[in-house]
Design a protein around this ligand. Structure first.
Ligand code: SF4
Ligand code: SF4
Length: 86
């Protein structure tokens, strides 16, 4: 999964780019910067060649979670669970 670090400047441009609506402004998690739900992040597998949030983030604070490395297969299965019609 991708994570957002505390370097986030709350610009909000990443949120609408996520194909899984995995990103919120932090209110769900009670933090004061943007947050990615790891159960919804597929690293954009099945949608984009690159992580969409990483691509648009102006301060490069969307990074691979070093504590949650996931295989392409697992990410693809998650994408299929989130989008069963595709
Ligand atoms: Fe969403 Fe892709 Fe970013 Fe994960 S990597 S939060 S799926 S935009
Ligand atoms: Fe934060 Fe980057 Fe998303 Fe802007 S694009 S809200 S700086 S993570």
């Amino acid at each position: 999964a991708t994570i957002i670090t505390d370097e986030c400047i709350n610009c909000g441009v990443c949120e609408p780019e996520c194909p899984n609506a995995a990103i919120d402004d932090g209110t769900k998690g009670g933090i004061d910067f943007y947050y990615i739900d790891p159960e919804l992040c597929t690293e954009c597998v099945g949608f984009h060649g690159e992580e969409a949030c990483q691509e648009v983030c102006p301060v490069d604070c969307c990074i691979p979670d070093p504590d949650r490395r996931e295989s392409e297969q697992l990410l693809l299965e998650r994408a299929q669970q989130i989008h069963p019609d595709q």
